[in-house]
Design a protein around this ligand. Structure first.
Ligand SMILES: Cc1cc2nc3c(=O)[nH]c(=O)nc-3n(C[C@H](O)[C@H](O)[C@H](O)COP(=O)(O)OP(=O)(O)OC[C@H]3O[C@@H](n4cnc5c(N)ncnc54)[C@H](O)[C@@H]3O)c2cc1C
Length: 401
């Protein structure tokens, strides 16, 4: 077995999805020499399964309080818009914008009207009430008020492809089960990382100054491999519904009291049909349901919240996905990005896609400034496997009914 000399990256990032790829770009811009290791496909896990809404915090003020989450997230729509318009780095010219805004609407329930937008005056982006003739087709028959909220919705798969294309030469695929060994001096103090190329058995040894885990739910296993507790992470499961067929493009939340009863985002599937991703409270309720039970429940919820919709000839499927976050005492969503530093290992979760830029900036500020030389690219053997970009769950063999 041949061992390749150290490729000399000063930072090694595990996990090539939204958090890892954005961080890779941020660190290169800060003069570091990072290398990113991906175990599966880029974006696999939460990002390609997500709804892509770049929240500005309104969802977090529904209890009438300006929570820490809302404070952290309120600048995000404008920051992302600048990146999408190539006015700020990373320039995301190839990331598809599904919509520049979302709709918000009430049902007629008292709880729904009461409490909505309690602390909206503190938000940067505020809901704009629509007149009946400004309503989108799916909400024409809705009995409550309808608003527009200028939170962009992006297509997460194109985001991943866009970010990955910027630094293709710094992203490699690894085999975590059989081709990864950490050499540690003590828990969380990594002296070397050895990678084995599954095709050639060639070994690559890396001796980074800092190791960063941005592997979503993979962080638990990686932490265990370097002697740290996997209990630092929690998973919160979701059971999402997708509908495709003769549906209008639509992005929005039905707000009922402090909950979003349904959240709908839409895209075009590979056959040119409109596809709705349906999440929100129904995806939480659906965790203990079968796909058939959930689809029946979602149809009732759509009828209750949107009025009569033509759902004839619509096909339905579901997929399950876990949100991976830093553990909280009560098991609820953390308020903000989460990072933990132990030894020379940083474990990170963005908590929301929208907060990925904040996470990257936060980690970059935590690292020692890089030497001011032009960054060199780590030397990776040409034939080392490179990861592909993951496809969204509805394109990977769902059971349509
Ligand atoms: C259904 C759903 C809808 C959502 N909607 C929104 C939304 O509308 N707006 C919003 O702001 N947030 C949303 N979120 C949250 C958001 O998707 C996540 O916070 C974010 O995508 C997490 O990105 P990540 O890069 O940390 O992790 P992930 O996207 O989970 O990626 C982890 C990466 O690490 C890789 N990996 C795993 N194990 C290893 C290993 N051992 N070594 C190397 N690599 C490894 C994986 O293959 C993957 O590429 C949603 C989440 C879900 C589940």
């Amino acid at each position: 077995m041949q061992t390749q000399a150290a490729a000399s990256p000063n930072v090694v990032i595990f996990g090539g999805s939204a958090a890892g790829l954005w961080l890779l770009d941020e660190l290169i811009r800060a003069g570091h020499n990072p290398l990113l290791l991906e175990a599966h496909e880029l974006g696999a896990g939460q990002t390609v399964a997500s709804q892509g809404i770049i929240h500005g915090g309104l969802k977090y003020t529904l209890k009438g309080l300006f929570t820490r989450s809302a404070q952290a997230i309120k600048q995000m729509p404008s920051l992302w818009r600048q990146c999408l318009d190539s006015q700020r780095q990373p320039a995301l010219a190839a990331t598809k914008l599904r919509s520049p805004f979302v709709y918000l609407w009430h049902t007629e329930s008292i709880g729904s009207r009461f409490g909505m937008f309690g602390a909206k005056s503190l938000l940067t982006i505020k809901p704009i009430a629509l007149t009946p003739d400004q309503r989108p087709t799916p909400l024409t028959n809705c009995k409550g008020a309808v608003y527009r909220l200028d939170e962009p919705v992006i297509d997460p798969t194109t985001l991943i492809a866009d970010l990955a294309a910027r630094h293709h030469d710094r992203i490699i695929k690894i085999d975590c089960e059989h081709g990864l060994t950490f050499h540690t001096d003590s828990p969380g103090v990594v002296r070397a990382i050895k990678l084995k190329n599954p095709d050639t058995n060639q070994v690559l040894e890396l001796q980074p100054i800092t190791v960063i885990f941005t592997a979503g739910q993979g962080n638990a296993q990686l932490r265990q491999m370097v002697g740290l507790s996997p209990q630092a992470m929690q998973r919160r499961p979701l059971h999402m519904t997708v509908a495709r067929g003769n549906l209008p493009p639509f992005q929005g939340h039905c707000v009922d009291g402090s909950k979003t009863r349904v959240t709908i985002t839409s895209t075009t599937d590979p056959h040119g049909q409109t596809l709705w991703q349906i999440g929100g409270q129904v995806a939480e309720d659906g965790v203990h349901m079968t796909p058939q039970e959930l689809i029946a429940h979602v149809k009732l919820e759509l009828a209750a919240t949107m009025g009569s919709l033509d759902l004839d000839h619509v096909q339905w499927a579901t997929y399950r996905v876990d949100r991976a976050e830093a553990a909280t005492d009560s098991g609820v969503r953390p308020d903000d990005i989460q990072t933990m530093t132990q030894g020379n290992v940083i474990t990170a979760w963005p908590t929301k896609l929208a907060l990925v830029p904040v996470l990257a900036q936060h980690i970059a500020q935590q690292l020692k400034p890089a030497k001011q030389n032009a960054p060199i690219t780590p030397t990776i053997p040409d034939h080392w496997p490179r990861p592909a970009v993951a496809r969204p769950p509805w394109e990977t063999d769902p059971q349509w009914s």
